[in-house]
Each structure stands twice: as structure tokens, then as C-alpha cells.
Design a protein around this ligand. Structure first.
Ligand code: ADP
Length: 384
């Protein structure tokens, strides 16, 4: 894996939670496979990955519902492994979080404050604020059975947040809600996180949700963290081909290295980002985001000389897609590599299927990988 995982840590941030060589085995199967991760105090970190990748198991070990097979969980340097869940100062919202059926919405939310013996005026104030936050003021006197599944989840979120725990764990808490309400609650959660300064560890399989909410994202695959960083960095500079393929859309080209800054594709030399320790004729994988590659007609390409540091390959248009402000162009190169690129808004004739085109990109915009597997390149195959 050639690219570096950037992990900016401002000077005022410090590690609150450390997972050290954490494992969870079921028989011979490693659901969580040697995970090490530092979670910063006050950060919003999301575990993103497809179903079965080990996100919930990791979160359950942090919550104390699952015992690690081996490894350590430290909070402020103290081991949590033998601390029972209710003594961890951790709030939890899970996908199937059960409310107290005999209590009203208001009393469900107030429950954590009641057991912490908060003065009743303060309790009422906080519960009112939470009811408002999750837009359930009108339902305060209902019982959980009188609410929809989505409304019950909102009560669970309010109940977990009301005592302002140091760490809040959330496992797909918005999965049952419709899109509009989910987005509203995502915005609320982000604001709430900023206001309270608590540390949130959030699990989702939805990359848009992860991008919208998180300061950092940990990408899970097969029980391991295979990418860690801000959504921006993971998208712009994925540390490996799996992350590139999992997050957004990618074009992959197979090249042969010639030097540390030149490789051949279909027999022609291309400029690549300088990459250390390449061997001549070594297989390389180039990754270019669709919006970073442009298709031009040959006539237009003649009018616009190739800027320095840019590459050009020839290809044939297979399909044009009009998406309002942009046009997406599917092309195939001479040896059959399919690419999706941006059609440059041409002053001349629009491109059509069957047209010859020149595809251009800046070498600085393309990531170079030296190790990958075929399943990394296939979003569907890489998902499990
Ligand atoms: P995710 O949250 O990413 O969907 P999980 O952490 O729930 O994934 O599960 C990771 C893997 O561990 C899955 O393959 C799942 O089937 C397996 N697993 C989880 N819990 C158990 C269990 N109690 N017994 C056996 N296998 C389990």
C-alpha cells in the first residue's frame, strides 16, 4: 500500500480511547482482526464498512457487551476490559435499542437523570431540550408502543444524550428513519457534538452519512481497519485500492513501471506521481477519480496543447450521460480498459457513442498503488 495514511492531530487533541491489538474470534473466524486505533478526546469518528466487516463487534467491545478474545481497550490509559458496561461512562444507541415499555417518552428520557439523582428542575430542563432536539415534544406523554420505529429510535438517542456522557457510541442509529429526517438528525448530531464536545464513535455502512457526520472515518474490511482519516483525505488520497473503490467511484489503469515517475500504459509512457522503490516492469495500479479525467474530441485536443504534468490516452466513447450541470462519458481504451470521465463542455460538436476521444488527467491527481487484489477493484466483490 503505497500512499501514506494522513492523520492530522492538532496539538490540543489528545487520545481518549486506545484500542490495542484488539481481536474477537468466533471459533476460527476473526470478526475483529488485530485492530489498533487511537480515538481523540472530543472527536466524531465513524466506523464505515459493509455488513459483516466487524464494526459492531468492535463497538460492542468498547461498550462492554462483548469481551475481546485478546487485546486492550484503554480510556485515559486505564484498561476497560474488566469494567462492566454501566460503569464505563459511555452512552449507547444501538439499532435495536429497547425502551422501557411502561414509561412515557418523557420518563424514558429522564431515566438516566433520575438514577443519577439530578435535581428535578434541571432534569425537566434537560428532558425538554432533548424532546425538542429529536422533535418529539408533541409525543412526550406517549408510551413507546404508541410510536413508530423511527420515533422510538429518536427517544433512544435523546435518552443516551441526556446525561451528556463522555463517550457516545451509536450503531446505525438512523437506519430506520426516512431520508429527510435522517439528514435533519445528522445535522443535529453534528451540532450537538460541537456544542457538547463529547467523543462520538458512530457505526454506519452509508458513506454519505459517514462523510456528513465525521471528523475522521475508519474504513473496515474483513475485521481490519484499512483506511483512517478525514473523509476528504480518504477520498482524495485513498491509502489503497480497496478504499478507493469503496469510497466513491474510481478508474483503475494497469501500468508497468519504467522509473519512479514514468510508467507505460498500452505501450506508451505516462507520467506518474513520483513513487519510491519501483522496479522496472513492476505492475502498478493507477487510480483516477472520474471528475479528475477529461474527455476531449481529437479536434479539440489539437487546439489545446497538453499542459505539462498531464497525461493523455486515446479511447472510444461507449456511452454519454447527461447529469444536468455535468456530462459523464464512459469510454474504453484500445486494450479494453473501461473508464468513466468528465466530458469537457465542448464548444464544438457534443461527443457521441463511437467517437474517438483523448482522455486527459494531471499526473498529480492519480494515485499509484503497488499492491492490490482483483477484488479490491470491484466495489461489489470488495464489499464483503
Ligand atoms: P458489521 O457490524 O460490520 O456488520 P459485525 O461486527 O456485526 O459486522 O460482524 C462481523 C462478523 O462477525 C460477521 O461475519 C458476523 O457474522 C460475525 N459474528 C458477529 N457476532 C457473532 C457471533 N456471536 N457468533 C458468530 N459470529 C459472529
Amino acid at each position: 500500500m503505497s500512499a501514506v495514511i494522513k492523520e492530522p492531530a492538532p496539538a490540543d487533541q489528545r487520545t481518549l480511547v486506545s484500542l490495542r491489538h484488539l481481536n474477537k474470534h468466533y471459533g476460527n473466524f476473526a470478526a475483529v482482526d488485530d485492530i489498533s486505533l487511537d480515538i481523540q478526546d472530543g472527536e466524531f469518528l465513524t466506523f464505515l464498512g459493509s455488513s459483516g466487516s466487524g464494526k459492531s463487534t468492535t463497538l460492542s467491545m468498547l461498550a462492554g457487551f462483548e469481551q475481546p478474545s485478546s487485546g486492550e481497550i484503554l480510556v485515559n490509559g486505564q484498561s476497560l476490559v474488566n469494567v462492566p458496561p454501566h460503569k464505563r461512562d459511555i452512552g449507547m444507541v444501538f439499532q435495536r435499542y429497547s425502551l422501557f415499555p411502561h414509561l412515557s417518552v418523557r420518563d424514558n428520557i429522564a431515566f438516566p437523570l433520575a438514577i443519577r439523582k439530578l435535581a428535578s428542575a434541571e432534569r425537566e430542563k434537560r428532558v425538554d431540550a432533548m424532546l425538542k432536539l429529536v422533535q418529539l415534544d408533541q409525543f412526550a406523554h406517549r408510551r413507546p408502543a404508541q410510536l413508530s420505529g423511527g420515533q422510538q429510535q429518536r427517544v433512544a438517542i435523546a435518552r443516551a444524550l441526556v446525561y451528556e456522557p463522555r463517550i457516545l457510541l451509536m450503531d446505525e442509529p438512523l437506519g430506520a428513519l426516512d431520508k429527510k429526517l435522517r439528514e435533519d438528525l445528522q445535522d443535529e448530531l453534528r451540532q450537538l457534538h460541537r456544542r457538547l464536545g463529547i467523543t462520538i464513535v458512530y457505526v454506519t455502512h452509508d458513506q454519505e452519512e459517514a462523510m456528513r457526520l465525521s471528523q475522521r472515518i475508519a474504513i473496515f474490511s474483513h475485521g481490519k481497519i484499512v483506511g483512517l482519516g478525514s473523509g476528504y483525505d480518504l477520498y482524495q488520497n485513498p491509502p489503497n485500492a480497496f478504499v478507493a473503490s469503496f469510497l466513491g467511484n474510481s478508474n483503475f489503469l494497469k501500468l508497468k513501471a519504467q522509473s519512479n515517475a514514468v510508467a507505460t500504459f498500452e505501450g506508451k509512457p505516462l507520467a506518474i506521481r513520483p513513487t519510491a522503490n519501483l522496479q522496472t516492469e513492476q505492475d502498478l495500479l493507477l487510480m483516477i477519480r472520474p471528475e479528475k479525467a477529461l474527455a476531449l474530441s481529437p479536434a479539440q485536443a489539437q487546439l489545446e496543447p497538453l499542459p505539462s504534468g498531464w497525461n493523455e490516452v486515446t479511447a472510444t466513447v461507449t456511452e454519454m450521460l447527461f447529469l444536468g450541470e455535468s456530462q459523464t462519458c464512459s469510454v474504453v481504451t484500445a486494450t479494453g480498459t473501461a473508464m468513466t470521465v468528465k466530458a469537457l463542455s465542448a464548444s464544438g460538436m457534443p461527443l457521441q457513442a463511437g467517437d474517438a476521444v483523448c482522455v486527459r488527467w494531471a499526473s498529480a491527481d492519480a494515485c499509484v498503488y503497488t499492491q492490490w487484489t482483483e477484488s479490491d477493484l470491484n466495489k461489489a466483490a470488495g464489499a464483503h
